[in-house]
Design a protein. Structure first.
Length: 315
């Protein structure tokens, strides 16, 4: 199988190396005769974001006989693909070639019209941008990758590893994917989705804004009962006025905001303390560990214990 990987000036070495490392490892392990080639809008060389010059880059024609075309990232300014490159992606797709947009590469694949009416994922930081740019695409910022068979997209940066291992798994089987993963010393299949990696800053500062003041108060009382009625009382507002003002300020309902802040605190405690899950659940206002686990799994696609193992930041 031939895999053509798109390279461009300004791409990071990591993004460019991920599909090469995974797919070339298939050949190194003797699992299949897979070959990767780098191509760009014109043959020659490209300059990476780190300042390295990479030569031997082929032109767009290198994708004409590829079985898989990978766009491993995209330019920082998010510009639309050049018409010739867009045609290359469309023509490859029309021939039955699988097209993969990893990380911000999903933007170029979307601009080529290959995701119209479908779901897609990209780096969580650019999810809103992709959704606004292509309203006909359902952007799911929570998963690590989405595969439609003919078109595949993945979330941010290291999720490209997950997506490429998924390609190995679907083409050659789970055993082959496991062998490649073991050789690269990565997990053959990561638990959870991109949501567990998204930073959710907690707003600080109250000033004279009753919503900000109430939010700041709630953050120091997460272990207590925080109904809409109690929050409205703290804000000295009627229930209806408080809900309306809260949504206008935060873009969320009070209940959803409180739940998110409790999950934020649970994540912090899992990362920085050795407290048992039931004590964390009580401290964050979930009442019992079952409720915490249910909300945690729904938000992050992972259990509290698995999250702690992955993000343990204790000395």
């Amino acid at each position: 199988m031939k895999i053509a990987i798109y390279a461009f000036d300004g791409i990071t070495m990591f993004h460019l190396a991920v599909p090469q490392m995974v797919f070339d490892e298939v050949a190194r392990q003797g699992l299949a005769e897979w070959q990767t080639v780098l191509f760009s809008d014109r043959a020659g060389s490209i300059q990476t974001a780190e300042g390295y010059s990479i030569g031997g880059i082929r032109g767009l024609s290198a994708a004409e006989d590829a079985d898989v075309v990978v766009v491993p990232s995209w330019v920082d300014d998010g510009r639309a693909p050049r018409p010739a490159f867009r045609r290359t992606l469309v023509d490859a797709h029309d021939r039955g070639t699988t097209v993969a947009g990893l990380c911000l590469g999903a933007i170029a694949v979307a601009d080529a019209g290959l995701l119209s009416g479908r779901s897609a994922v990209t780096h969580w930081h650019s999810a809103e941008h992709l959704a606004a740019r292509h309203p006909d695409i359902t952007v799911d910022a929570s998963v690590l990758y989405l595969d439609h068979g003919d078109v595949l997209t993945s979330a941010g940066t290291a999720s490209g590893l997950d997506a490429c291992l998924h390609v190995v798994r679907t083409r050659l089987g789970a055993d082959a994917a496991n062998r490649v993963a073991r050789s690269l010393v990565v997990a053959p299949h990561r638990e959870g989705g991109q949501a567990q990696y998204i930073e959710r800053p907690i707003p600080v500062g109250a000033g004279s804004d009753p919503i900000a003041a109430t939010s700041a108060w709630a953050l120091s009382h997460l272990d207590e009962e925080l109904s809409v009625e109690r929050l409205a009382e703290v804000a000295h507002m009627s229930r209806r006025s408080f809900i309306r003002a809260f949504r206008a300020t935060t873009g969320s309902t009070p209940a959803a905001w409180v739940r998110s802040r409790r999950l934020d605190e649970a994540r912090r405690m899992l990362e920085t303390t050795d407290l048992p899950v039931d004590q964390i659940a009580a401290s964050c206002g979930f009442g019992n560990p079952v409720t915490l686990r249910q909300n945690f799994a729904s938000a992050f696609g992972s259990t509290p214990s698995s999250y702690r193992r992955r993000f343990d930041a204790r000395p």
